[in-house]
Design a protein around this ligand. Structure first.
Ligand SMILES: Nc1ncnc2c1ncn2[C@@H]1O[C@H](COP(=O)(O)OP(=O)(O)OP(=O)(O)O)[C@@H](O)[C@H]1O
Length: 743
């Protein structure tokens, strides 16, 4: 398949000329073969990972992509894991075997089979194979446990080999509106969300290939962590973004203080932004005198009020209503001038015909002084400008945010030099709606760009001809093809465009008004009300998969209830699916997290851990000055594969930043969100609690990041919610290591 795609691709690339239709076909083929090659590369590892045997002796092999045996009547050699026929591989159980007698997990390294693991789904099949009932061969979960116990690499792996049935139901859900997947830490929400994207792209390829799928995650580290999963499932047409980067052309570089983030996330900001835009539609304090062709005209409050009223009552966005305002003012000024000119001649204003007055208006429109004054009163504005100016001035803020007290106004004021923040992106998006974009100029620029591309191409062809050997001119030999014979300028320009052809995801990323076919929001509890508005604008059909856990909300403007966030868009019409099994955190750690969850929401239950690690988490109290050294010793005691994370409040994390390396991360809770590590050290948990009004949720997130071991190092009293941890007197990880060394 590889060599077929490679050969076809090079053939397509060599072809040239032809009708526009032929060219566009070539383009699609070249894209298709390129994507095929990427898909085959991605499926290189674990190409085939399973097989099911059915009662009627049929065998089905399941893998990362589908393969048909073309010469043999297109028989299926390998089923794509997303195909309906592959589904029993994930769903069959001894209680409901669905015709399956045996499920085989096949593990491979490159092309070599390294392990085969069979589960017999009926006693008959097990006995026939000579497996005793108590041998653990029936319904074992060894493939899953092997995957879960493996050391972490810093990148998420796909779970196609071991998708569990409650996860499968969500991945393949046919629900066409908002589906909320709520589940505790480690229940596979992220994994499920990514596999759902792959499944939907496979099943609704036609529909989604053009519109694309958008996946929103909490931060760049997280996107990097999950970034490998979709290509390994063979899907490249997905845009991954954070909320902060969703507004095209702006990257969130600043960070808001908690109160500012909370205020910016609230729906009250809609009113504030509306006011901020209206405040830019100004009335002159006193009449403005304008010189126009040796006459003095007056622009007074009354004229401007009337023009502004007309423009506002059009209900168009600010920039699109601007021409109405401009006409209103120019009409009034032209009438004024006509009156002045008329008064100066016998016969009065009637002397000026309509055409004369129309000419005057045109001249006024091209008079820079007149237009400058009008521009001051109703300027053309960009969202960035309005937001920047609003948060830079106490006066503007006070005028727009009339309900806020002084402390809140201060919280919103931007520190000079700071960039836009993640909470600003939804505000920019809102402003873009309020301002409207007059894209006439952009369209004209695109036309000009195209013309100049054709001219460049023409130039290139001329040079090619000019630099041809002289004797060709003298004795033009018909069998030597000149560039001109093959291609004309517009074709060449088109070719260059093909070189920079954008994928659906790339085009969508640059277009604020792009509407996606499906949107998946991970860690959705972190989205503020304003962020929801921004996302929902991009998905008018409301086909959204929402994945999150309200007990893990850190953002002060984030969700405490899904209903509250979704109400404005779908009222009650959303479906809830829950995940109840924790695949990450061992049971010993979850026991310790119980009191923390109870403090967040006494009504919610902990997800059940699928495995034990055999190691109990512990806490160690040391002097404040010794916290740093203790953590360093623990990190140094880690050897071998696996990742260690130190999770702490901002200040403690900053003081330990230098120990970060390839296998060690030092993170705040916000940065650790959604990630996982083999070993986790939480430093100064009380400070995590104190740092935010959602401190308890943050502590819960920190506690549930480890796949193997957890330790807490603290200098003050241990928070009450952590008393389930073993209180130890010395650094166990270092002791364990020393003991291992002695042995
Ligand atoms: N069916 C499965 N087979 C193998 N591994 C799985 C399966 N389901 C989940 N996992 C693994 O469990 C871990 C946790 O999954 P994931 O990160 O998706 O959980 P989450 O619910 O998003 O967690 P959190 O809310 O804490 O961010 C990951 O390493 C994931 O690969």
């Amino acid at each position: 398949m590889r060599s077929y795609a490679k050969t076809r691709l090079s053939k397509v690339l060599l072809e040239s000329g032809g009708t526009p239709q032929a060219r566009s076909e070539r383009e699609s083929f070249s894209q298709m073969y390129t994507e095929d090659l990427a898909k085959y590369d991605a499926a290189e590892n674990g190409l085939c990972f399973g097989r099911i045997d059915l009662a009627d002796d049929e065998e089905r092999y399941v893998g990362r992509i589908g393969i048909l045996d073309e010469p043999n009547d297109y028989q299926t050699l390998l089923l794509d894991w997303r195909a309906p026929l592959a589904r029993p591989f994930y769903l069959a159980t001894p209680a409901a075997p669905d015709g399956v007698t045996r499920r085989r997990h096949i593990r491979t390294r490159s092309r070599r089979v390294t392990a085969v693991n069979d589960e017999y789904l009926s006693l008959d099949a097990a006995q026939q194979a000579g497996i005793a009932e108590d041998a653990g061969g029936v319904g074992t979960e060894s493939a899953l446990l092997a995957a879960l116990n493996a050391a972490r690499t810093g990148h998420m792996n796909d779970i196609v080999e071991t998708i569990q049935s409650e996860q499968d139901a969500i991945i393949r859900s046919e629900h066409k509106s908002v589906l909320v997947v709520q589940g505790g830490p480690g229940t596979g929400k992220t994994a499920v969300a990514l596999h759902r994207a792959a499944y939907l792209l496979y099943t609704y390829r036609q529909q989604l290939a053009k519109s694309g799928v958008l996946i929103i995650g909490p931060n760049a580290t997280f996107l990097d962590y999950i970034g490998q999963v979709l290509p390994s499932l063979g899907e490249t047409g997905v845009l991954l973004s954070t909320i902060g980067d969703l507004y095209p052309g702006v990257q969130a570089t600043g960070e808001d203080p908690l109160r500012a983030a909370e205020l910016k996330g609230s729906l009250d900001m809609i009113g504030v932004l509306k006011n901020a835009v209206r405040d830019r539609q100004e009335l002159p304090r006193e009449a403005i005198s304008l010189r126009f062709e040796s006459n003095t005209l007056t622009l007074d409050r009354k004229v401007v009020t009337r023009a502004r009223g007309r423009a506002r009552s059009s209900r168009r966005p600010h920039n699109l209503a601007r021409p109405i305002f401009v006409s209103g003012v120019i009409d009034a000024l032209a009438d004024q001038l006509a009156a002045v000119l008329g008064a100066n001649v016998v016969g009065g204003a009637n002397l000026l015909s309509r055409d004369d007055i129309a000419d005057i208006r045109d001249e006024m429109r091209s008079d820079p002084d007149v237009m400058r004054e009008i521009g001051r009163l109703w300027p053309e504005l960009s969202p960035q400008e309005v937001l920047f100016d609003l948060f830079a001035s106490t006066d503007r803020l006070a005028s727009a945010a009339t309900d806020l007290d002084e402390t809140d106004l201060d919280a919103l004021l931007r520190t000079p030099g700071a960039g836009f923040t993640a909470a600003d992106a939804p505000l920019l998006d809102e402003l873009a709606e309020l301002l409207g974009v007059d894209d006439a100029e952009e369209r004209e620029r695109a036309r000009r760009r195209w013309r100049s591309q054709i001219e460049d191409a023409q130039g290139a062809l001329d040079i090619l001809t000019g630099s041809a050997p002289q004797d060709l001119d003298d004795e033009h030999s018909p069998e030597i093809l000149m560039a001109y014979d093959l291609i004309d300028a517009s074709q060449l320009a088109e070719r260059q465009n093909v070189g920079t052809r954008l994928t659906t995801a790339e085009r969508a990323a640059g277009d604020r008004t792009w509407t996606y076919g499906h949107v998946i929001i991970d860690e959705a509890q972190e989205l503020s009300e304003m962020a929801w508005r921004m996302v929902m604008r991009r998905i008018p059909n409301r086909w959204v998969t929402v994945v999150g856990d309200v007990a893990q909300t850190s953002d002060p403007a984030g969700a405490v209830s899904w209903q509250r966030m979704l109400e404005p868009y779908v009222a009650q019409r959303w479906k809830l699916a829950e995940l109840s099994v924790n695949y990450r955190t061992p049971s010993e750690i979850m026991v310790a997290a119980h009191d923390v969850l109870a403090a967040i929401d006494p009504g919610s239950s902990l997800p059940r851990s699928v495995r034990d690690s055999g190691v109990r988490p512990w806490s160690l109290r040391v002097a404040e000055s010794a916290v740093s050294d203790t953590v360093r010793e623990m990190v140094a005691a880690q050897r071998g594969p696996g990742l260690t994370a130190v999770i702490a409040d901002h200040a403690t994390a900053a003081s330990l930043a230098d120990i970060a390396g390839d296998s060690v991360s030092v993170l705040t809770v916000r940065e650790a969100k959604g990630l996982e590590f083999d070993h986790v050290i939480i430093a100064e948990p009380q400070r995590i609690l104190d740092e935010s009004p959602r401190g308890m949720n943050d502590l819960y997130v920190a506690l549930t990041r480890a796949t193997q071991r957890l330790a807490v190092v603290h200098s003050g009293p241990l928070p009450d919610v952590l008393t389930a941890l073993d209180d130890v007197a010395s650094n166990q990880w270092v002791d364990d290591r020393t003991a291992a060394g002695t042995r």
